[in-house]
Design a protein around this ligand. Structure first.
Ligand code: PLP
Length: 384
């Protein structure tokens, strides 16, 4: 695989530094130019912009990739979550259990259908949903739970399913960061009653714009997601339910189909990059690399470390040309949008503690060894 070339920038003291972007989306565009052109023109020449054969082909290929009978292409990951929740039977007034430390879309999708997200804490070391927290968060109106496979690592699907079964809840996986990750050898997206994927450009499989998919093994859930995706239409001029305009564009489906063939190699490149970061970070005091464990395979959407004085460390890295991120700096129960959650500071200590310490290092399939070595060397300097 081609890797990124070095670009130089200046530090504030005038000395030269290497620029390491957080994500580099331009490299893939250079390599896939021919495939992109073929996909674009095949759609444009036929003016087949919605619900065409490319969408069906992509849905078939993505379903197979996820080990599912069905994939339904939709307009975004957020809408995939919303349609998945509707399709598994979540109704207005229901409560849905959601981790406090996730992208806001996980909770927004619940709110969009008139249900209420009920936040729970994460595990201190992995940041994944704490299965022990699910039982105590249950109430008479709880009907579903959304484990998030954060950073490309599967949540504990055995424990989540046990908790769900004990209380009769539907599991809807938020797999928006985890295309191709496996849990006990089986792809995520094939475990819950349904799952949601995002094809936002920076995700492991990204469209050239917004996109998403619902996956499911269940024929009835698939039929319902398809119905709501396209105006509740069962045939032309017959609308069974009040639905949405949430289709995945045919152009995006054609581009995604071309990109899907490269996804296994891109995920493998991310794994190599993560192993290399793990090794380089193992000798450095003051920083915690992600913990590793057995029983699953990650796809490293993000490479997240913890460090004290996080903001200072990030500022020093930025001065050295290294772009970083924070995923996520404010847990959802402390967001203004969820000021009515009934929770405040101190309620989810693991999520809150992590939020003040985490740094996402540059991670993309084409990140070069020289870039990784530079990132870690500068991180060590920043910590010193
Ligand atoms: C990206 C993301 C979403 C939302 O996907 P969009 O395509 O941006 O709507 C939902 N949940 C998680 C965890 C995500 O990372």
């Amino acid at each position: 695989m081609a890797t990124a070339g070095a670009t130089l920038v200046n530090r504030s003291d005038g000395t030269a530094a290497m620029h390491v972007p957080f994500v580099d989306l331009k490299i893939q565009a250079v390599h896939l130019r021919g495939e992109y052109e073929a996909a674009l023109w095949s759609v444009i020449d036929r003016a087949a912009y919605t619900m065409g054969p490319e969408l069906e082909q992509f849905e078939g290929a993505f379903a197979a990739f996820c080990g599912c009978a069905h994939a339904i292409g939709v307009s975004s990951g957020t809408d995939a979550l919303k349609l998945a929740l509707i399709a598994v039977g979540v109704k207005p007034g229901d409560e849905v259990i959601v981790p406090a430390n996730t992208f806001i879309a996980t909770a927004e999708a619940v709110s969009h259908i008139g249900a209420r997200p009920v936040f729970v804490d994460c595990l201190a070391d992995s940041g994944l949903i704490d299965p022990e927290a699910i039982g105590p968060a249950m109430g008479p109106r709880t009907t579903a739970i959304v484990p998030v496979h954060l950073y490309g690592r599967p949540a504990d699907l055995d424990a989540v399913q046990r908790a769900a079964d004990a209380h009769g809840l539907a599991v809807v996986e938020d797999a928006c960061q985890a295309h191709g990750a496996t849990w006990r050898g089986r792809p995520v997206g094939s475990f819950g009653a349904a799952a949601a994927f995002s094809f936002y450009p920076g995700k492991n499989l990204g469209a050239l714009g917004d996109g998403g998919a619902v996956t499911t093994r269940d024929d009835a859930v698939a039929a319902s997601a398809r119905l709501y995706r396209n105006h509740g239409q069962i045939d032309k001029y017959t609308h069974q339910v009040v639905g949405y305009c949430d289709r995945l564009h045919n152009l995006q489906a054609a581009l995604l189909l071309a990109k899907l063939a490269h996804l296994p190699a891109w995920n493998e490149a991310r794994r190599n990059a993560a192993r290399d970061y793990d090794r380089r970070l193992s000798g450095i005091g003051g920083v915690e690399a992600p913990e590793r464990a057995d029983g699953f395979e990650e796809v490293h959407h993000l490479y997240v470390v913890s460090a004290p004085a996080r903001d200072e460390v990030r500022a020093k890295l930025a001065d050295a040309g290294v772009e970083t991120g924070i995923h996520y700096p404010v847990p959802l129960h402390l967001q203004p949008a969820y000021g009515d959650s009934g929770h405040g500071a101190g309620d989810f200590p693991n999520a809150e503690h992590r939020a003040g310490r985490i740094i996402s290092l540059p991670m993309f399939p084409e990140i070069s060894e020289a870039q990784r070595a530079y990132v870690v060397a500068e991180l060590e300097r920043a910590l010193a």
